[in-house]
Design a protein around this ligand. Structure first.
Ligand SMILES: Cc1ncc(COP(=O)(O)O)c(C=O)c1O
Length: 373
C-alpha cells in the first residue's frame, strides 16, 4: 500500500537526536532556543515560541489575546477540529464563515458578514498550504479592531504576496506533526513580532514560570522563579528540536519536490472529465496536501477504488459543524455551510511527500486514470 503521507527523515535526524540524548539535556533547553531562532529567521518574524503542537499554539494564542467567555471567534468550518476545539477550551463561541469554493479557504466577504460586537478574533486556516486572502481578512480585522490568529498548521514555507506566512501577522501557529512538510513527530511554533506577547507565550507554555529549567540550572544562583499566572505544560523538548533543526535545513528542498509532484498530478488530471485539480490563487503554495476533487463519481467510491489499487488517500476535512458536539451545542445541521459541505463531498488528498519516487507518482497517476476510464 502506498501511504498518502510518510515523514521524510534520514540518518542526519537520527544523528542529531542521538547527539542530544548523549548531551544529557533532553527537555526544553539550548536546542529549542536554536530551533526558535532558526524558524523565526526562516519565516521572517522577530519572535518564535516553540510548543508541543499547533493545537497548543492556537490555545495559548487565544489566551494571550484575552479571548474568553462571552467572546466570539470567527473561523472556517473547513478545518481540522482542533482549530475549533481550542475556541471551546477558552469558553468562547466559534462562529463559522463559509469558504471560497476554488481555494477551500475562508472567504473574507463571509467573514465580514459574521462580525458582531462580540467578535474578538479571526482564525483563518491556510488550507493545504495555500495562503488565505490575507489582505481582505486583515482589512476587516483592522476596521473592527479584532485580532488575527493564523492557523498555519499546513503553511510552513507558504508565501503570501512574496512574504512567508508568519511574517506579517500578529500571531501565526504552525504544526510539526508527523505528516507536515517538516516534522518533530509532534510539535508546534507560534510566530509574532510582538516581544511582550512572545514573552507571555513563553511563560504560558511552561506552567507560567518566569524561568524555565534551562535558564535556572545554567545561570549561577538563578534558581528562583515566579508564577504570575497558571500556565500549561505545552513546551517542546530539545530532543524534538534537534530533529526540527535538521528538517528546517531541508524545508526548501522538500517544498520543491512537493511542488514537482503537484505539477505532475495537475498535468496528468487536468483534462480528465469528472476531476478538478486544485486552484492556485497566487504563487506561494507549499503543497502540504494535494486536494483533488472528484465530481464524475462518488468520492467515497473513488477512495475505495484507489484503495483496491493499493493507493492510500486522506479526506480533508469533515466540516466541523457536522460533528455531533457542535451540532448539539449550536444547533448546526446539514446545509448550513453549503460551500464547505460541497467541497467535503468531493475532496480526496492524494499521496504527496518528498520521499515519493517518480515511479510512485506515475503509479498513482495510472491508478487514477484507470478508475476514471
Ligand atoms: C488545519 C489544522 N489546524 C491545526 C492542526 C493541529 O495540529 P497539531 O496536530 O500539531 O496540534 C491541524 C493538524 O493536522 C490542522 O490540520
Amino acid at each position: 500500500m502506498l501511504p498518502y503521507f510518510r515523514p521524510y527523515l534520514n540518518e542526519e535526524e537520527v544523528d542529531a537526536a542521538a547527539e542530544t540524548i548523549r548531551s544529557g539535556w533532553l527537555c526544553m533547553g539550548p536546542k529549542v532556543i536554536e530551533f526558535e531562532k532558526a524558524f523565526g529567521k526562516y519565516v521572517g518574524c522577530r519572535h518564535a515560541v516553540a510548543v508541543s503542537s499547533c493545537t497548543a499554539a492556537l490555545h495559548l494564542s487565544l489566551i494571550a489575546q484575552g479571548v474568553g467567555p462571552g467572546d466570539e471567534v470567527i473561523t472556517t468550518p473547513y478545518t481540522f477540529v482542533s482549530t475549533v476545539n481550542v475556541i471551546e477550551h477558552v469558553g468562547a463561541k466559534p462562529v463559522f464563515a463559509d469558504i471560497d469554493y476554488e481555494t477551500f479557504n475562508i472567504d473574507p466577504e463571509a467573514v465580514r458578514k459574521k462580525v458582531t460586537k462580540k467578535t474578538k478574533a479571526i482564525i483563518p486556516v491556510h488550507f493545504a498550504g495555500q495562503s488565505c486572502a490575507m489582505d481582505g481578512i486583515s482589512e476587516i480585522a483592522e476596521d473592527k479592531g479584532v485580532a488575527v490568529i493564523e492557523d498555519a498548521a499546513h503553511a510552513a514555507g507558504t508565501k503570501y504576496k512574496g512574504r512567508r506566512v508568519g511574517s506579517q501577522s500578529h500571531l501565526a501557529c504552525f504544526s510539526f506533526y508527523v505528516n507536515k512538510n517538516i516534522t518533530t513527530a509532534e510539535g508546534g511554533m507560534i510566530t509574532t513580532d510582538n516581544a511582550k506577547l512572545a514573552e507571555r507565550l513563553g511563560e504560558l507554555r511552561l506552567q507560567g514560570m518566569s524561568r524555565d529549567a534551562w535558564k535556572r540550572y545554567s545561570a549561577k544562583n538563578k534558581w528562583r522563579y515566579d508564577v504570575a499566572e497558571p500556565g500549561w505544560k505545552y513546551n517542546l523538548t530539545d530532543l524534538q528540536a534537534s530533529i526540527g533543526l535538521v528538517q528546517l535545513k531541508r524545508i526548501e528542498q522538500v517544498a520543491r519536490k512537493r511542488a514537482a509532484i503537484a505539477d505532475r498530478y495537475n498535468e496528468a488530471f487536468e483534462g480528465i472529465d469528472g476531476l478538478k485539480t486544485p486552484s492556485e490563487a497566487e504563487p506561494g503554495h507549499c503543497w502540504h496536501l494535494y486536494p483533488l476533487r472528484v465530481r464524475g463519481m462518488a468520492r467515497d467510491r473513488f477512495v475505495e477504488k484507489l484503495s483496491e489499487e493499493n493507493v492510500g488517500t486522506g479526506v480533508h476535512f469533515i466540516p466541523v459543524h457536522l460533528f455531533s458536539y457542535y451540532r448539539k451545542k449550536y444547533g448546526f445541521s446539514e446545509g448550513r455551510f453549503p460551500i464547505a459541505e460541497k467541497a467535503f463531498g468531493e475532496e480526496v488528498s492524494l499521496p504527496l511527500y518528498a520521499g515519493l519516487s517518480k515511479g510512485d507518482v506515475e503509479y498513482v497517476v495510472g491508478a487514477v486514470r484507470k478508475i476514471m476510464r
